[in-house]
Design a binder for this molecule. Structure first.
Ligand code: PMV
Length: 329
């Protein structure tokens, strides 16, 4: 279905993987080698406007008020190229995207960014793409973005080489389970290794990459079942196992791909201490040093205070399961 429009606007929330995706089975089609499971989070929002402009000779990508030319701009143009092919419209576009994240977070925004872009671009080019088609489009830019198309608890199966239709699917809506993710941001002077490069290095040179590939589906299954049963201990312990297996495989690459810092370890100690006090809190990290802690909504404030008290975090925010991508008027 098409409709005539040259401006599209969308809002998407970032997601945090409980069962991690790390490694690709098809580099060209950006297909993940392992299944992943995530929570889409209400506190981490990206808003994007795409304006098709026949007078432009190239796409213009403006992120948080500044024009960008790097990898993200290139991936945005590649996504627009796919939309242009589907729509049969050749014109270039101006992309304006804003992250409403905790200030200077350094959190990976590619998930919300590419989910919002896929939705806004398809609208701007007169297409009406929804659900799994939109998710597959976002996945080509960033596999985690496929999950942000849906709200609440979401799974992305492993890919099959050559099959470009892979999409995420919703597991349970946001209101299914009363949990929170407490996000402790760690200041970082060092530029992180982009996840794409980190995965490539891990697959190429880590002696533990094959072990990661063999355990990851088991953790994803456990987390999926734990979410459906609302079993925090089951989800939390499997999430930590998935996190540490992913980071250990990356750390063992040559050269080493290390995302955690001493501040990360301080925060992990605090999470263990919370558990020793009987508070069910479990930690996860992605391609950066920040620590995200899964707990009940009831315990979120005490978890936040405890993480803040370590002095290792610059900002600690409470996020809750949030909605999938939405079009804006
Ligand atoms: O989709 P990407 O390229 O942003 O990679 C995401 C990788 C992790 O955040 C570490 C794990 C995940 O599943 O989100």
């Amino acid at each position: 279905m098409t409709r005539s429009s040259s401006v599209g606007r969308a809002r998407a929330c970032a997601n945090i993987a409980l069962a991690k995706y790390w490694g690709k089975c098809d580099e060209a089609l950006n297909l993940p080698a392992v299944p992943s499971v995530s929570i889409t989070l209400d506190a981490l929002v990206t808003e994007t406007t795409v304006t098709v402009d026949p007078s432009l000779h190239r796409d213009v990508f403006v992120l948080d008020g500044t024009e960008r030319y790097g990898t993200d701009a290139l991936r945005a143009t590649e996504l627009l190229d796919r939309v242009r092919t589907l729509a049969g419209v050749p014109f270039r576009a101006r992309i304006e995207t804003r992250n409403h994240f905790p200030t200077a977070s350094g959190l990976a925004s590619s998930a919300s960014g590419f989910a919002a872009l896929a939705c806004a671009a398809s609208r701007a080019y007169g297409l009406s793409l929804h659900g799994s088609v939109l998710s597959a489009l976002a996945r080509r830019a960033s596999a985690s973005a496929a999950r942000s198309v849906f709200g609440g608890f979401v799974e992305l199966p492993a890919g099959v080489k050559g099959e470009d239709t892979l999409a995420a699917r919703p597991l349970a809506p946001p209101e299914h389970w009363d949990v929170a993710m407490v996000i402790a941001l760690v200041s970082t002077a060092q530029k992180k290794i982009p996840s794409r490069n980190g995965m490539l290095e891990t697959a190429r040179s880590s002696p533990y990459y094959s072990s990661w590939l063999s355990v990851a589906p088991r953790y994803a299954h456990e987390i999926r079942e734990g979410i459906l049963a609302r079993d925090l201990e089951r989800v939390g312990t499997a999430m930590e196992a998935s996190t540490f297996a992913m980071h250990a495989s990356a750390w063992a690459a040559r050269p080493s791909v290390r995302y955690i810092s001493s501040a990360t370890l301080t925060l992990l100690d605090a999470v263990e201490q919370l558990r020793s006090r009987g508070i069910a809190a479990y930690a996860t990290m992605d391609a950066g040093p920040h620590v995200k802690v899964l707990c009940t909504t009831h315990d979120a404030a005490i978890v936040q205070q405890t993480l803040q008290a370590t002095g290792a975090a610059t900002n600690v925010t409470i996020a809750r399961p949030g909605p999938g991508v939405t079009e804006l008027p």
